[in-house]
Design a protein around this ligand. Structure first.
Ligand code: PGA
Length: 252
């Protein structure tokens, strides 16, 4: 059975001290209602990772970075490598987020290199795919998502692909308050799973978790998570509020 996952992407928000307070609230709320069947992940800024790793020891919440470099070390001022992340207890890294693609010009080819290095360092990857509004309007959204997967992931072996969680995040839904309908989400998630099945076979495709992201909140999470191919969510804005984040976790 594939994993159900709810991951909070804090983006460039909170100071480390605010991060500790937010995590404490999340842990407190989680302790009152057991949700063992859902894997919980938070992705704070780099500066918080060590501190939060100490705080989260023994808890059920796992840590993710929001990005990493495509080399293990070297003269890359301002960057953080997957080796450094792994050494401080980070388990996951988000790669291919639309904000990285858009503001930092990250291409499918560059992301392929990041994917390889993250896997070499035994990090699990939350790999984001998704179309912009124009691409949906001109009906090329399936093609765009397929290309993102093929060019950054499909060189992996069938044992390596198991380290990937896909997050479908339609760019027009991120931070906009406009959510994909559950029918739109299910349609794309099912397409993504079929695309994986064509390359790696049905068994692999059935094991890979596919998360939905884009204005997911406590009100719409239940309906989205009820879709057969939606295995959880990558939550931005709502993950900065402990009550909302835990309500989303409890929406399964
Ligand atoms: P949002 O962001 O939930 O604020 O729309 C989702 C994401 O970017 O991962």
């Amino acid at each position: 059975m594939r994993k159900k996952i709810v991951a909070g992407n804090w983006k460039m928000n909170t100071t480390p001290q605010e991060g500790v307070i937010l995590v404490s609230k999340i842990m407190e709320l989680l302790s009152t209602k057991k949700s063992d069947s859902v894997e919980k992940i938070i992705a704070p800024p780099f500066t918080h990772l060590s501190l939060l790793n100490d705080k989260l020891k023994g808890s059920e919440i796992q840590l993710s970075a929001q990005n990493c470099h495509y080399e293990n070390s070297g003269a890359y001022t301002g960057e953080v490598s997957p080796t450094i992340l792994k050494s401080i207890g980070v388990e996951y890294v988000i790669l291919g987020h639309s904000e990285r693609r858009n503001y930092f010009n990250e291409t499918n080819a560059l992301l392929k290199n990041k994917v390889d290095k993250a896997i070499e360092n035994e990090l699990q990857i939350i790999f984001c795919v998704g179309e912009i509004l124009n691409e949906r309007n001109n009906n090329s959204h399936f093609e765009v998502v397929e290309k993102q997967m093929k060019e950054s992931l499909f060189h992996l072996s069938s044992s390596q692909i198991k380290n990937i969680v896909i997050a479908y995040e339609p760019v027009w839904a991120i931070g906009t308050g406009v959510t994909a309908t559950s029918a739109q989400a299910q349609e794309m998630h099912s397409f993504i799973r079929k695309t994986i099945a064509k390359k790696y076979g049905n068994t692999s495709a059935e094991e890979i978790s596919i998360l939905y992201g884009g204005s997911c909140n406590p009100k719409n999470a239940k309906e989205l998570f009820a879709c057969p191919d939606v295995d959880g969510g990558l939550i931005g804005g709502a993950s900065l509020n402990a009550d909302d984040f835990v309500q989303i976790i409890n929406s399964f």
